[in-house]
Design a protein around this ligand. Structure first.
Ligand SMILES: *[C@@H]1O[C@H](CO)[C@@H](O)[C@H](O)[C@H]1NC(C)=O
Ligand SMILES: *[C@@H]1O[C@H](CO)[C@@H](O)[C@H](O)[C@H]1NC(C)=O
Ligand SMILES: *[C@@H]1O[C@H](CO)[C@@H](O)[C@H](O)[C@H]1NC(C)=O
Ligand SMILES: *[C@@H]1O[C@H](CO)[C@@H](O)[C@H](O)[C@H]1NC(C)=O
Ligand SMILES: *[C@@H]1O[C@H](CO)[C@@H](O)[C@H](O)[C@H]1NC(C)=O
Ligand SMILES: *[C@@H]1O[C@H](CO)[C@@H](O)[C@H](O)[C@H]1NC(C)=O
Ligand SMILES: *[C@@H]1O[C@H](CO)[C@@H](O)[C@H](O)[C@H]1NC(C)=O
Length: 267
């Protein structure tokens, strides 16, 4: 076999070098794999510590009572913190701080150090102040739930960058201003709940771009003007609630295109 592989001009020495080269490549390759694995986990541990630091910094901005509720938040392993769950690589994946009774703002939370977060739930606390624009750093986020808090001010347009969002809930809070048109870019959305706030202006035409949407709750705001015909493009919509606003005009023929609609509140 070997002799048929060799051309007549090759000496046995060439074969020796050839196999030595193979052995060399294999072991070099093996070393390469373990080396990159090491740096991979080092990156995650660094990120992990960074995430812990971001959470601990935020904790220090909350009131005394909230800090005592987060007594498990210490050291640099966030995976053991109350309300924090990590992925298989040890990076922070889920932050569920719902119903803990936390009081404070989001200003001290450095979202740029929490980019591995996939879900962020903060429902039913006493979080006040503005939604920071830097929340747009959570590029992997697929669920954002800030319901039942005391947030005020505008929705930052940077939220339109959260392209993976499936669920986006802000009800009820004390948010105001126009709903930014960038929300119409969140084309992975399945559920949008902005009810029970103080949003003004028209119902966005660009909401008609959210073709995966299953429910759309805008009830109890101060929205005005007609129902945009673009909503007729929401072919997957099951629930639409825009009641308790200041909507005017006709119920458009396009609403009849919503073949999956089961619940419609527009009084
Ligand atoms: C919070 O705790 C610190 C000591 O840890 C104390 O000095 C401060 O008075 C407390 N503040 C309130 C509002 O209880
Ligand atoms: C988040 O925490 C709350 C309160 O502990 C719980 O009811 C809820 O199911 C949790 N959410 C998820 C997605 O696990
Ligand atoms: C909010 O949390 C409190 C406990 O902190 C609970 O008693 C209450 O039922 C919750 N409310 C909602 C709307 O989930
Ligand atoms: C990410 O966070 C940094 C620092 O807080 C901020 O300057 C930047 O605008 C944020 N990026 C996005 C997309 O929100
Ligand atoms: C709600 O927001 C308004 C400004 O839009 C502010 O004047 C008011 O104090 C806020 N209320 C609460 C309970 O935060
Ligand atoms: C979103 O909707 C607006 C208004 O209907 C439209 O001008 C725009 O082209 C749409 N964008 C996408 C990506 O579909
Ligand atoms: C509702 O809209 C009408 C015009 O469409 C306006 O006259 C009225 O003042 C609005 N009411 C409120 C409470 O905004």
């Amino acid at each position: 076999m070997v002799s048929s592989f060799l051309s007549s001009t090759q000496s046995p020495l060439d074969v020796f070098f050839f196999s030595l080269f193979l052995v060399g490549t294999t072991s070099f390759h093996g070393a390469g794999v373990s080396a990159s694995f090491t740096s991979f986990s080092t990156i995650h541990m660094t990120k992990n510590k960074d995430g812990a630091k971001a959470l601990l910094n935020w904790k220090s901005t909350l009131d005394n009572h909230s800090r005592s509720l987060l007594s498990s938040w210490h050291d640099d392993n966030p995976c053991s913190f109350t309300g924090v769950a990590c992925d298989d690589f040890g990076a922070i994946a889920h932050l569920n701080l719902s119903c803990l009774g936390l009081r404070g703002t989001l200003d001290g939370l450095d979202f740029s150090r929490l980019t591995s977060v996939v879900s962020f739930e903060l429902t039913n606390n006493s979080i006040y102040g503005f939604i920071p624009s830097s929340i747009g750093n959570l590029s992997k986020l697929n669920s954002l739930d800030l319901c039942f808090n005391e947030l005020s001010g505008y929705i930052p347009p940077s939220l339109g960058m959260l392209k993976s969002l499936h669920y986006f809930k802000l009800c009820p809070n004390n948010l105001s201003g126009h709903i930014p048109r960038e929300i119409g870019q969140l084309d992975s959305l399945l559920g949008l709940d902005f009810s029970m706030n103080k949003f003004i202006g028209p119902i966005l035409i660009s909401l008609g771009n959210l073709s995966s949407l299953i429910y759309l709750y805008l009830w109890k705001n101060q929205l005005s003007g007609p129902i945009p015909a673009s909503l007729g493009k929401l072919g997957n919509l099951i629930e639409l609630s825009i009641s308790r606003n200041n909507i005017s005009g006709y119920i458009l023929r396009e609403i009849g295109d919503l073949r999956n609609l089961k619940i419609l509140y527009i009084w």
